[in-house]
Design a protein around this ligand. Structure first.
Ligand code: TXA
Ligand code: MG
Length: 312
């Protein structure tokens, strides 16, 4: 299959919506990462996502919609879920809520669970696409399973060209990390660190989030080894060893690449996956990362780096 590269013009967005309408697969930019979208009501289309990514299991997918009002057609929002949606949508937050019996979504989207992950993305192009398509779009990150997430159209071309119908090119993703996932089926629970810092969510709720219970599969797509570049990854590196590409943060000595020269966590988040792609291309024996502080977005950055460094 030849993959069409669509420009970020009204015509490009219209064509992307048409691909979705006819049951095709279209990658599109959100403010977090590029998603690989399909009509969430069409099981054949959704199955195509798993096939294109080479996903080993049918993990549940996040459904993207244009507004909270649209989201309420598919999921049941309790008071906490509604407060979070009102405070942070559109934005880098996914809410897992009970699935409505009349949602009409493919059961592949929820992997047969009784809950559903919903998100209203903020990137203007994603918003336009969802408005024009006027339906729910299931979309995981647009990378082959287990590989580095894509934050540019070029990353998507590298990973999925020839396996999907189209890519809507909207440049670089502003946040650069996947959405934070909060379970709102019962007590609000942190299921995945991401582009919205946990502290902001706790402030909005006026209380601490519960942590997903140890050993409980809460976000089943959260594999230990993920985001893996070709070379092994070493974390908390305080010096560069022979054969290594060293990725710095702040004033790291001997750094080959840097997540943020000034030590800014937002900049580091936005650069993270692109730096992993760049480090990969250097064919180093090992990729070392300087320590990143475990606060704010640093928690999500460290989560992704630990998975990139995990035994494969
Ligand atoms: O920023 C993002 O969230 C991006 C963009 C494209 O929106 N999407 C993304 O999707 O990261 P994906 O498939 O790579 O990760 C989705 C995560 C998985 O870990 C999955 O298990 C979890 O969401 N998830 C989805 N539905 C769920 C549910 N009902 N219960 C628990 N976890 C769920
Ligand atoms: Mg992913």
């Amino acid at each position: 299959m030849q993959t069409l590269l669509l420009p970020e013009t009204p015509d490009g967005v219209n064509q992307a919506a048409k691909v979705l309408t006819r049951g095709g697969l279209c990658a599109f930019p959100t403010e977090t990462v590029y998603g690989l979208g399909a009509d969430a009501r069409n099981s054949t289309a959704v199955a195509g996502i798993f096939h294109a990514k080479g996903r080993p299991q049918f993990n549940p997918l996040i459904v993207h919609v244009a507004s909270l009002e649209a989201a309420e057609k598919y999921g049941v929002f309790n008071e906490d879920a509604r407060a979070l949606a009102q405070a942070f949508w559109p934005g880098p937050l996914t809410l897992v809520v009970p699935l409505r019996a009349d949602a009409g979504l493919s059961s592949l989207v929820t992997a047969g669970l009784g809950s559903l992950g919903l998100r209203v993305p903020a990137a203007p192009l994603a918003h336009d696409l969802l408005q024009i398509f006027q339906g729910p779009v299931a979309a995981p990150s647009a990378n082959p399973s287990g590989k580095i997430s894509p934050t540019t159209a070029a990353h998507v071309v590298d990973g999925l060209s020839g396996r999907i119908d189209a890519i809507l090119d909207g440049g670089s993703c502003e946040v650069g990390l996947e959405s934070t996932i909060i379970g709102c089926v019962t007590t609000p629970t942190l299921l995945r660190h991401g582009g919205l810092p946990k502290e902001a969510i706790e402030q909005c709720l006026g209380r601490d989030l519960a942590d997903a219970k140890e050993g409980e599969i809460s976000a089943p797509g959260q594999l230990l080894s993920h985001y893996a570049p070709s070379a092994p990854v070493r974390l908390n590196a305080t010096e560069k060893l022979a054969g290594e590409v060293l990725v710095g943060f702040g004033e790291t000595k001997d750094a080959d690449l840097t997540l943020s020269p000034s030590g800014d966590l937002h900049e580091a988040a936005a650069n993270l996956f692109d730096i992993l792609h760049q480090a990969n291309a250097l064919n180093a024996e090992k990729i070392a990362f300087a320590p990143i502080p475990e606060v704010g977005l640093g928690q999500a950055i460290n989560d992704r780096l630990r998975r990139a460094a995990a035994p494969r």
